[in-house]
Design a protein around this ligand. Sequence first.
Ligand code: FES
Length: 163
Amino acid sequence: MAFALTPEREKEVDELLSRYPTKRAALIPILWVCQRQIGWVSPEVIQWVADRLELTTAQVKGVVTFYTMFHQEPVGENVIWVCRTLSCDLRGAKAIQEHLEGKLGCHAGGTSEDGKFTLLKAECLAACGQAPMVQINDDYHENLTLEEVDAILDRYASEEAAQ
Ligand code: FES
């Protein structure tokens, strides 16, 4: 099925295009707008963006596959990135990942059965001074203990946090 943005997001794209000297320069923010609508960058999104920005699908795909912030497969309502680089690992990131895997019933790279959470491993998220940390959607959660992970997960699992 062909991809289409909502009228509000179309306006957002028009506004973004007006800010850049070339259409191509707006590629990343426009991909971001599309991902916000359906949660991932599907082949239909790649085609839509390529048509809109007068690029080839290979050019768009090259950017999508380069940046880990773009999901190339459907994800859950919330995406949890567990930082597994040195500072976080030295301060318990492995235990946090395993704890989350146990709670969510899926391994890193997977999605919980209820579709609420996708668990992913991340390289350094630039909050090393507050290790260990996870990013959930757009928010950082730092200096974590396993108890805090449980409390945060409960918050996101509730209707309110899931939005
Ligand atoms: S090592 Fe985890 S934020 Fe840098």
